[in-house]
Design a protein. Structure first.
Length: 318
């Protein structure tokens, strides 16, 4: 009898421990991640019965917090998931939120209208991050290399001020810094963007493998809420309400935030699942991540090649 009671206590305690702590997710200022705010504000996580806490960060700080073990998951681009894994803590990209379709930009001062004109000029970019990769792709298509420009290492959130000051001739940034760069430098133009390389930058929810393995049912509820959010954003009858919630989170007027969202290509569940099928091009998460890995190794972001497959999991889609 005592042994049976002891066994009952072990099971009870184990069950309580499994659900005692909430899933903790780090998110930051990118339309595909600010979208989580819709589910938070609507109470959909509570409604579906998942205990989850979202913590707001600057982007780089969110990755640092994940690497330090403070988060169960973090919103990252596919290239940055490799960086965090190779240098800190491994994750698996278990939800594809979107791909950048114009929100990552190369913005040049007045008088510069194409990439070729950057030869011999200063370009500000956060070296080793996704904007650097976009810049290299643009240079390559124009017959240039990094040696043909003067690279200036600038934090992404500082790019609008640096361009406006005249310290550089062009910058590379994502939203909202890219649009701020255009606004703060009258006459500046976007001479290249992620719309020229759709699929180069995937935005994902990267989850710690141990958390995904331990709480598959809970994470399954998170992905259900995510696609409820996508439907809410995509539905013309509720899109304005979604934009209002997202705009309030980042302190931007709704009409301006609606413009920002145009450069973010949200994916339906079926579209995202299709992107999990491995290809060698940017049409798949695997192909795009391999491109990012080659860039990271070439520019010594980390020393050894990472296997894209080790960072990708379609478990929640199945």
């Amino acid at each position: 009898m005592l042994r049976r009671f002891a066994l009952f206590l072990v099971v009870l305690i184990s069950t309580n421990l499994a659900y005692a702590a909430p899933l903790v997710i780090g998110y930051s200022d990118w339309p595909g991640w600010v979208a989580w705010e819709v589910g938070i504000e609507k109470g959909w996580f509570e409604e579906i019965g998942v205990d989850v806490r979202f913590e707001w960060f600057d982007y780089v700080a969110s990755m640092d917090a994940y690497a330090a073990g403070q988060l169960d998951a973090v919103c990252m681009t596919n290239g940055d998931a490799l960086v965090t894994g190779a240098t800190g803590r491994r994750s698996v990209m278990a939800i594809i939120n979107d791909f950048s379709n114009g929100n990552d930009m190369i913005v040049a001062r007045p008088g510069i209208t194409n990439i070729s004109q950057l030869a011999g000029r200063k370009v500000g970019v956060e070296v080793g991050f996704v904007g650097h990769l976009l810049l290299l792709r643009a240079l390559e298509k124009s017959g240039l290399t990094e040696d043909d420009i003067e690279l200036v290492n600038v934090r992404t959130n500082e790019t609008p001020m640096v361009l406006a000051s005249g310290e550089v001739d062009a910058i590379v940034a994502w939203q909202p810094s890219s649009s701020q760069s255009l606004q703060m430098s009258p006459g500046a133009t976007a001479i290249y963007s992620s719309a020229n390389d759709p699929g180069l930058i995937y935005d994902t929810l990267a989850i710690a493998p141990e958390s995904l393995n331990q709480y598959p049912e809970q994470w399954g509820k998170v992905i259900k809420v995510w696609y409820r959010i996508v439907d809410f954003i995509s539905d013309p009858s509720t899109n304005a309400a979604a934009v209002e919630i997202m705009a309030a989170r980042v302190g931007v007027a709704p009409e301006k935030y609606a413009d920002l969202m145009k450069g973010t290509r949200f994916l339906t569940k079926a579209e995202a699942l299709d992107r999990y099928s491995a290809t060698e091009d940017l049409g798949s998460l695997s192909g795009s991540t391999s491109v990012a890995d080659s860039f990271n190794v070439k520019y010594k972001v980390y020393p050894a090649t990472q296997s894209a497959a080790d960072y990708i999991s379609d478990t929640l889609y199945k």
